[in-house]
Design a protein around this ligand. Structure first.
Ligand code: SAM
Ligand code: SF4
Length: 326
């Protein structure tokens, strides 16, 4: 279905949990956010019902995210059930990768097509500083497992933060020379906890491009790597992988936005940065018929704003990134 700005909306990002096994400095406070009580989180069959209703208005692609989707109990079953919904032709996941060695093969078998794995640094101590509790070796094992089981293309998400990891963009970009990895440098967004933390730490994608092409070689525009997102991709001559840029701040891509978001507590959000939500949980729990759910999804699509207004500051006091689903 098209929204009021004639954009085709066919992609739903689902936050399957607000919990996480890491505490990244730009995402969560050290003690974690106050997690939702279990009964406030959508159940598997409720997520399935929303997605099924979504297919009636043209939702075809699903990304499971969070929080950390792999800490949700029954994640394999959820993947299998979503993959079996008629009309869903793409199901992917964004994960920190730590638990992938445990789950990757089973997830692939359940129907997961591919993964995006977050990796901000190649240095052990720094990984610990950024994630507060994580081990780089574990994340790297997750990346290797994703490659081994064939969750291709394997994409890496790197949030670039001045004074934290901006000195590593060259080393990270070099990963693509010999490996089929697709690294995407992401501009930090002033969301939730990172809002005050990130002041003065923003690095525009143009600066990263300039630096890596000067140090490694010319960046040749590459065909879009399979996916549904807004990254612009490039390749170094002869490289096995690609380098992408997600410029939510310096050059927003709202005019081609194709997505809705479902929060872990069942709020349907027209835009990451818009605090308005349509409550799906209440109708689901009183046994609403599919038609009612479809109408609510149509309402959310109609509510989509023309663009985000992140430069004006974060105005949502209720939620942070891990709850909405990054
Ligand atoms: N836990 C999973 C992970 O880390 O990949 C999935 C959820 S996480 C919220 C999704 C993505 O959002 C990650 O790649 C993370 O780096 C990114 N992210 C979190 N906070 C951000 C911020 N303030 N600005 C830009 N990206 C952010
Ligand atoms: Fe967890 Fe992902 Fe947020 Fe890091 S970015 S704290 S891994 S949800």
């Amino acid at each position: 279905m098209r929204d009021t700005f004639r954009r085709e909306i066919n992609y739903l990002r689902v936050s399957v949990t607000d919990r996480c096994n890491l505490r990244c400095v730009y995402c969560m406070p050290p003690e974690g956010v106050k997690f939702l009580p279990h009964d406030e989180v959508l159940r598997t069959e409720e997520i399935e019902a929303v997605i099924r209703a979504g297919t009636r208005v043209g939702i075809k692609k699903i990304r499971l995210t969070g929080g950390e989707p792999l800490v949700r109990k029954g994640i394999r079953n959820l993947v299998r059930r979503v993959a079996n919904i008629p009309g869903i032709d793409d199901i992917t996941m964004t994960t920190n990768g730590i638990l992938l060695p445990l789950h990757a093969a089973a997830l692939k078998e359940a129907g997961l097509k591919r993964v995006n794995i977050s990796l901000d640094t190649l240095k052990n101590e720094r990984y610990r500083e950024i994630t507060r509790v994580g081990e780089l070796a574990a994340a790297w094992k997750g990346i290797q497992t994703a490659l081994d089981v064939g969750l291709h293309p394997v994409k890496l998400n790197t949030v670039v933060v001045r004074g934290i990891n901006d000195d590593e963009v060259e080393a990270l970009a070099r990963l693509t020379l010999n490996r089929a990895l697709h690294i995407r440098f992401i501009e930090i967004m002033p969301i939730g906890d990172s809002n005050s933390w990130s002041k003065g730490r923003f690095v525009p994608a143009g600066e990263i491009m300039e630096k890596i092409s000067r140090r490694i070689g010319r960046l040749i525009p590459a065909k879009t790597v399979r996916g549904n997102g807004p990254a612009k991709y490039y390749r170094f001559e002869g490289a096995a992988g690609t380098v992408g840029f997600i410029t939510a701040m310096s050059d927003h891509f709202c005019e081609s936005c194709n997505r809705l978001r479902l929060t872990s507590s069942g709020g349907l959000r027209p835009c990451l940065y818009d605090s308005r939500e349509i409550d799906m949980r209440t109708p689901l729990r009183r046994g609403a018929e599919e038609k009612e759910l479809v109408d609510l999804i149509r309402d959310a699509i109609d509510m989509k704003p023309d663009r985000h207004h992140m430069h004006d500051g974060w105005v949502d006091s209720k939620r942070v990134m891990s709850q909405i689903g990054g």
